[in-house]
Ligand binder design. Structure first.
Ligand code: NAD
Length: 428
């Protein structure tokens, strides 16, 4: 099938590549011409393991990249995967979605399915429908499908080919059939719902995952008071099939482009409907406070931070990505700078994005050991394998003081103590 995917970010590009692998004829469109130029050379402009290889495999065959929307004319399905950043009031900003919808209007002479891949608030399908009708598109020429994405950055390819479920929200059988056939070789449960339920499923999934993390972080704080290891507790509760083992890692809090904004998006929806959600608000508050708890641990071990030099290992919001959106490391570094500490930072892949986001006062080190050299303490903010396999004896020699605050619990407290570190993790 011919499909145009609008937006070649983490979601759009991964989806485009997956559809190409499933033998569809795919055109990926982005308004960022630099992104398109890079993709035409077979180079993915962000870090996502495995994506480069698949782009190169299909490039100039059944996968095209362009900044022009003309392929919409001959496409049966138009997938919108543009960003939906948070607005000031906590809602999701639909400006890129509506921009894309308005841009396809001139090409809507024949029937097409508009598939919303971006995460959007409940009611967005109706807004898109109205927008197309107001733009003069005949009702018989389109259906809008809500088809949320659940992939995780860092394992986007695996998640796309092996999703837990595919959700197709539509009341049009024709649109459902076309969307289903796009995914025809993917084996997983397929849920057909209303547009609104599909939109809500995405919000609800992310809010629930965020709640699991905030729950375990809150519990970690209690465990610390009773000398209980949160990892043992998480393992113990995770075996309960009603709870499950995932998203129970205590740490510096969640970040990224999805959980924080989608949770707040749902909170905003609840507020708008006059339904105050105390639970969702608490989830957000617990998470927002995690970076401060990391700095408090540092002060506990090191004393006042003014003029102290602190190494930060890990800047991306999680390993295997260069995405810095809402990364807890940014908040920790901001607090450290407010307290007039000096910061030396390193991340294996997010340095370029970090340079754009962090104040120039932060020293960007060439590797993890250089970041630690001469520092009064080390804080770990991303659980990269590289850090977990670091030579900790060498680390101890490089640090001015053997102090480590492990915001991702990657080291064993007993081993760190044995080597002579003053070490604090989260909930251990
Ligand atoms: P992104 O910021 O990485 O990419 C969005 C792309 O859309 C950018 O390249 C931008 O240039 C392009 N774009 C914006 N307006 C455009 C237009 N009018 N025409 C053409 N291109 C346009 O975003 P992302 O992380 O891929 O997220 C996309 C959506 O998917 C969001 O709604 C997000 O919440 C959702 N989502 C993201 C993830 C994730 O892990 N990143 C997972 C599930 C769902």
């Amino acid at each position: 099938m011919k499909i145009t995917v609008i937006g070649t970010g983490y979601v759009g590009l991964t989806s485009g590549v997956m559809f190409a692998e499933l033998n569809h004829e795919v055109t990926c469109v982005d308004k960022d011409e630099n992104k398109i130029k890079s993709l035409l050379y077979g180079k993915v402009p962000f870090f996502e393991p495995g994506l480069d290889g698949l782009v190169q495999k299909h490039l100039a065959k059944n996968l095209k990249f362009t900044a022009s929307l003309s392929s919409v004319v001959t496409s049966k399905a138009i997938m919108i995967a543009v960003g939906t950043p948070p607005a000031e009031d906590g809602s999701l900003d639909l400006k890129f979605v509506l921009e894309a919808v308005n841009q396809i209007i001139p090409y809507m002479e024949r029937y097409k399915v508009i598939i919303m891949k971006s995460t959007v608030p409940v009611g967005t399908s109706k807004i898109i429908e109205k927008c197309l009708l107001n733009g003069g598109v005949k009702r018989k020429n389109f259906d809008v499908v809500a088809n949320p994405e659940f992939l995780r950055e860092g394992s986007a390819i695996l998640d796309s080919f092996h999703p837990d479920r595919i959700v197709i929200g539509s009341n049009s059988q024709q649109a459902i059939d076309i969307t289903r056939s796009l995914y025809q070789y993917i084996e997983c449960p397929v849920l057909i719902t209303s547009n609104e339920a599909a939109e809500m499923i995405k919000y609800a999934s992310n809010a629930f995952l965020a709640a699991k993390i905030s729950f375990v972080n809150e519990l970690a704080g209690i465990c610390e008071q009773y000398q209980v290891d949160i990892n043992e507790v998480a393992r113990g509760i995770g075996y309960d099939s009603r709870i499950g083992p995932h998203f129970l890692k205590a740490g510096a809090g969640y970040g990224g482009s999805c959980l924080p904004k989608d949770l707040r998006g749902l909170l905003h929806l609840a507020d708008k409907a006059g339904k105050k959600s105390r639970l969702l608000k608490a989830v957000d508050e617990v998470n927002a406070n995690q970076p401060s708890t990391i700095v408090e641990k540092l002060e506990k071990l090191l004393g006042p931070l003014q003029d102290k030099k602190i190494a930060v290992w890990g800047l991306a919001f999680k390993p295997n990505t260069d995405d810095m959106r809402f990364a807890p490391a940014i908040s920790v570094i901001e607090i450290l700078l407010q307290k007039q500490a000096l910061v030396s930072a390193f991340d294996p892949v997010a340095m370029e994005n970090a340079r754009r986001l962090l104040p120039p006062a932060v020293t960007m080190a060439v590797n993890m050991y250089e970041a630690a050299r001469g520092c009064d303490a080390l804080v770990i903010m991303t659980e990269w394998d590289l850090f977990a396999s670091a030579n900790i004896k060498k680390l101890k020699e490089l640090l001015k003081k053997p102090i480590v605050v492990d915001g991702r619990n990657i080291f064993s407290p007993a081993e760190m103590k044995f080597i002579g570190f003053k070490y604090l993790g989260v909930g251990r």
